[in-house]
Each structure stands twice: as C-alpha cells, then as structure tokens.
Ligand binder design. Structure first.
Ligand code: ADP
Ligand code: ADP
Ligand code: ZN
Length: 212
C-alpha cells in the first residue's frame, strides 16, 4: 500500500505518520526528515537544501524528486510506503506516479489533513523534536513527560530554526498544498479529507479508518 499525507505545515502529518507507522508497520518516508539529516551530516545536498529551508521555500523539484526516487528504489520500499511532505506540487506527484507505475503500483490513498491558519501557527511555535529519534512533541498539546527529554529514547529535544515566526509565515504562504495537487488525487479517486483540528487520537483514528 502506498499513501500520501497532504496538508499545510503544522497540520500533523509527521506526528500522524509516526503513529500510523507504529500501528501498521508501513514504511514512513519524510522528505523534510531526509533534508534535515543531510543538513546535520553536512552533505552537499544538505547545504543546498538548507538555503531554501531556512527561507521557508521549497527545495527545487529536480533535487527533491531525485532524492525521493532514490529512496523508493531501495528494497524496503518495494511493497509500500507512506509519504509525508511529498509531493508538494503536481510535478512531484507525476514523478511519484510514474515511479510507482514502474513497480506496478499506485497511490492507494491521499489523505488531506486540514487545519486553520491560527492553529497552524500555534502548533509550529510549540513544536519540539527529538534530536536522536525524530519523535515529535508539542509543549502544550503533546508534552514529553520530562521537559526537554524524549519519552521514547531519552534524547534531547530541540526547536527547528524554520519554526521561528518569520519563517513560519513564509512557509504558510508558500507551502500549502496547491489546489491542483489536491485535484490530481481527487481525480484519481483516492482523496480523503480529514479534519486535522480534532485531538491527536481522534485524527489518528480517522486516518486509520480511511486506509482500511
Ligand atoms: P513541515 O512538516 O513543517 O511542513 P517538512 O519537514 O516537511 O516541514 O519540510 C521542511 C522543509 O524541507 C520545507 O520547508 C522545504 O524547504 C523542504 N521540503 C520538504 N519536503 C519538500 C518537498 N516535497 N519539496 C520541496 N521542498 C521540501
Ligand atoms: P507537520 O508534519 O504537518 O508539519 P507535525 O506533525 O510536526 O506537523 O505537527 C506540528 C505540531 O503540532 C507538533 O508540535 C505536534 O505535536 C502538534 N500537533 C499535531 N497534531 C496535533 C493535534 N491534532 N492537536 C494538537 N496538536 C497537534
Ligand atoms: Zn527520541
């Protein structure tokens, strides 16, 4: 099964992808996480991507698509995956469709998580991430048991540079799923819209229901 999670920055894609991966054992592929790993490792890809990420802009398609196609060519992605943060536009969606068609597969579900802007700002402003395992937290909505420490692995929590207010407003302006992207999946008959403004567990239940 291949799934795409669509939604604006802060909608809950990463959090829900982690929960669905735990529940279903489906492989979770996050292009944002892949870029951040490259930035941390100081690779050429990371240096290039960071110029865009720091400004709240999308990394150019040729870079992003190349990285994603390489990732799904690996054996662990042969039978299924859940894409979080990809595709962000129609060109990326076509590239993904074509790659899956080459394996005799297709996107089975496109799950659009909708959340209002004021809530997105509050979510991004309070987001904390484990430096070690990538688990997501929110200082009010989903706090760790011990402040600054990951429940899952004991790692240190940090806030993303691009979650600062100035960059958040650029991301909300430039990175909402375009209408044409949503239409692409609606026309393929796989689009389902989920109210992302519900509590975390309710969103997880709605998503699991949508894919079973
Ligand atoms: P969020 O989950 O907060 O929306 P991500 O972690 O998905 O953010 O992405 C972080 C940054 O990585 C984005 O602001 C963008 O610069 C880059 N990025 C991630 N995925 C893509 C993509 N599919 N296309 C282009 N840029 C991307
Ligand atoms: P995205 O990957 O779409 O950018 P995240 O999954 O990183 O979004 O979530 C952004 C922030 O909002 C995180 O701090 C997360 O803990 C919090 N969050 C996610 N879903 C909910 C929800 N349903 N209710 C309250 N807070 C949420
Ligand atoms: Zn951790």
């Amino acid at each position: 099964m291949f799934i795409v999670l669509l939604g604006p920055p802060g909608a809950g894609k990463g959090t829900q992808a982690q929960r669905i991966a735990d529940a279903t054992k489906l492989l979770h592929i996050s292009t944002g996480d892949m870029f951040r790993e490259n930035v941390k490792a100081g690779t050429e890809l990371g240096k290039l991507a960071n110029e865009y990420m720091a400004k709240g802009e999308l990394v150019p398609d040729e870079v992003t698509i190349g990285m994603l196609l390489e990732r799904i060519s690996r054996p662990d992605a042969a039978k299924g995956a859940m894409f979080d943060g990809f595709p962000r536009n129609v060109a990326q969606a076509f590239a993904l469709d074509q790659a899956l068609a080459g394996k005799g597969a297709r996107i089975d579900h496109a799950l659009l998580i909708s959340v209002a802007d004021d809530e997105l700002i509050a979510r991004l402003g309070g987001r904390w991430i484990c430096r070690n395992c990538g688990r997501l937290y929110h200082e009010r909505n989903d706090p760790p048991k011990r402040e600054g420490i990951c429940d899952a692995c004991g790692g240190e929590l940090y806030q993303r540079e691009d979650d600062r207010p100035a960059v958040v407003s650029a991301r909300l302006e430039k990175q909402k799923p375009p209408g044409a992207l949503i239409e692409h999946y609606r026309q393929a008959g796989v689009l389902k819209e989920i109210d992302g403004q519900q509590p975390l567990d309710a969103v997880t239940r709605a998503l699991l229901e949508a894919i079973t």
